[in-house]
Design a protein around this ligand. Structure first.
Ligand code: GLP
Length: 249
């Protein structure tokens, strides 16, 4: 089973196309007087997408007033104003530059006490369900095939939860944290189940470094070793790639 893949010359052009799809969805929902529920991702890959959405807001008047956003994940523990916080990332890349209402965006809380995490995660999913589920989920992909922080071994029906980060994921993040010793060992991630329930999923990947995991995810066996491979079983998921990330397909 092969997943839908769309290849663009470079990440800038690809990000423009994704931003256009998101803008169209926001506008359709606006016309229907309905909220537009977006699942959002962090990492370097979506930065160009958020820059383009900010441009559509400032230059073309795209409004985010009807957008309700749920981010995939956050390190644990993490303070929201810390440099590596995904709350801070989202504010800097998108939320501070558009007219989304503060009560309408959600990023998992990295400051909970351990015993409250499980209830918090259930409530996070309940909030998504209360607004009718995610209309469009944006994803990056980790070098090991993780989506959000659903690491290898995450089940297709996994719930939102605290997860131990893979060594390889921590190594990849260690530059941001000034070394492995300072890199968090855990994170809170939206589970695979809620990602798979999204009505539309777009996974973006740029560069040669992602080409092997993109091939394995799109064309290899569907396996818990590579959570992104579950998307082969989604009826409306597309991998949007630049030429380099698509080079092994
Ligand atoms: C982190 C994030 C993922 C992201 C991945 C890849 O692990 N939690 O959501 O997809 O990094 O990041 P990048 O886009 O920088 O390659």
């Amino acid at each position: 089973e092969n997943i839908g893949t769309v290849v663009y010359e470079n990440s800038t052009v690809a990000s423009r196309a994704i931003a256009r799809e998101i803008a169209d969805l926001i506008n359709v929902k606006q016309a229907q007087k309905q909220p537009c529920i977006l699942g959002l991702a962090t990492g370097s890959s979506p930065k160009s997408l958020y820059a383009e959405l900010v441009r559509l807001h400032t230059e073309e008047g795209l409004s985010f007033k009807n957008v309700v956003a749920f981010n995939l994940d956050e390190y644990y523990p993490m303070e929201p104003d810390s440099v590596n916080s995904y709350v801070r990332f989202m504010k800097e890349q998108l939320f501070n530059h558009v007219d989304i209402l503060p009560e309408n965006y959600h990023v998992p809380d990295g400051q909970l006490s351990k015993e409250n995490i499980s209830n918090y995660c259930d409530a996070y999913e309940a909030k998504i369900e209360a607004v009718g589920g995610i209309d469009l989920q944006i994803l990056g992909i980790g070098g090991n095939g993780h989506i959000g922080f659903n690491e290898s071994g995450s089940l297709q029906n996994s719930k939102t939860r605290l997860i131990a980060l893979d060594h390889i994921t921590r190594v990849a993040a260690s530059g941001d944290f000034g070394g492995l010793d300072n890199t968090p060992r855990t994170a809170i991630t939206l589970g695979v189940k809620k990602i798979m329930e999204a009505k539309r999923v777009i996974l973006m990947a740029w560069g040669e470094g992602k080409s092997n995991i993109i091939k394995a995810s799109a064309e290899g066996e569907v396996t818990s070793r590579i959570p992104a491979s579950y998307l082969q079983e989604h009826n409306n998921a597309t991998f949007i790639l630049d030429v380099a990330a698509a080079s092994k397909l």
